[in-house]
Each structure stands twice: as C-alpha cells, then as structure tokens.
Design a protein around this ligand. Structure first.
Ligand SMILES: [Zn+2]
Length: 202
C-alpha cells in the first residue's frame, strides 16, 4: 500500500443513540471522501463531527454510497448542495435523481415517524451523480477504490475496496452493541433481501 489511509469514524448519533449509524471519513490532499452520507435527520450531527475535526462540509468532494437506503444515502442530495460528487450503484442512480418513489415506499413502513427518523432526502443533480457498475475504479487523489456489485441486502449495493480495506455497507452484517449482542447479524430489510445472494456477496 503506497499510502496507508487515515479513516475517521463519524458517529452520527442517530436518534441520540451512539454506535447506531456512522459514516467513514477519509481525508486526502485535496479534500475529504465520505463513505455513506447517513440519513437526512443527522445532517447537523455530521456537520458538528466535521467541525470537531477542524473540517467543514465544503471540503467533502466525494461521497461513495454503499446503497440507497435512507440510513446510508439520505443526506447525499444535501451534500451535493455543498459541492460533493455522489457515487452510486447503477440500479440506485434513478432514485438518487428522483427519490419520490423511494420516499413513498419507506413512508409505507415508517408512516408518521418518517420525518423524525429520516429527515429530508433531497435529489442529487444529474451532473453531480456518478453511476457505477461492478468493477469500476474510482481514483481520488492517490487513492483508488474498486466498486464491487454485492447484492443480497439490496440489489443496488456496492462494497468498496481500498487496497485491503473493505467498506462493506450492509452486506457485511453488523453488531448492535446497544442491544448487548456479540454476534454479527445481517440486516434483512424488505423487499429485496435475498439470503443466497448475501452469502455469495460475503
Ligand atoms: Zn440497508
């Protein structure tokens, strides 16, 4: 590895809960790379976390979305508003340009809690959206990320490899410390979860 990356975990304190949702921040010479934006409801916390690291929103040049679920991609349109380029799986791209259907679908589940939980989900302008296919490489400064199509949790899921580091989004499973659980669990949201594809992507 030519340059070992500095990776900062930004806990987004979702619903005042630690270790629930986070973004990864990777500083590079010309700015900041963010892996997943988090939801619209944690925008203020994201901005605060950046300030705590003496950085600001306008320094984010690239946002690599693992997938378009609200907890991972909801703030992407807002970040585009401050100048970031947003990267997303080709199957998720139409919903980033026009999130109407995505929001309507989620509202069927979350109903009147929709705004409290997830906040705004703004569209990304077409010229600020880079559409990814399996195997695409993204060069940012001296870093090169490899995008890997990893369905199973959702059919619009990318994992990103940076040398031997994998940003696995929701396909790698998660451990919910606040519930006292020690084992990894695979999040299984409707309607696209597909256990055989999950195993293959793992
Ligand atoms: Zn998800």
């Amino acid at each position: 590895m030519a340059h070992s990356p500095e990776i900062v975990i930004l806990d987004l304190n979702f619903q005042n809960c630690k270790n629930a949702i986070a973004s990864y921040l990777i500083p590079y010479k010309e700015g900041l790379i963010l892996i997943d934006s988090g939801p619209g409801s944690t925008q203020e916390q994201l901005e605060k976390n950046l300030l705590d690291h003496d950085r600001d929103l306008g320094e984010i040049t690239h946002v690599l979305l693992t997938h378009i679920h609200l907890d991972h991609a909801g703030a992407a349109g807002w970040l585009a508003g401050s100048g970031a380029q947003i990267f997303v799986h080709e199957r998720g791209a139409p919903h980033m340009l026009d999130p109407t259907k995505l929001i309507a679908s989620a509202a069927r589940i979350y109903q009147d809690q929709m705004n409290v939980l997830w906040g705004d989900f703004l569209p990304v302008p077409e010229n600020q959206l880079t559409v990814l296919s399996d195997g695409d490489e993204i060069s940012i400064g001296h870093y090169t990320f490899l995008a890997l199509d990893t369905p199973g949790h959702a059919n619009h899921h990318m994992a990103y490899l940076l040398d031997d580091i994998c940003f696995s989004g929701d396909i790698g499973g998660g451990r919910i410390n606040t519930m006292g659980l020690r084992s990894l669990r695979i999040p299984i949201p409707p309607p696209e979860v597909h256990p055989p594809k999950c195993r293959k992507s793992n």
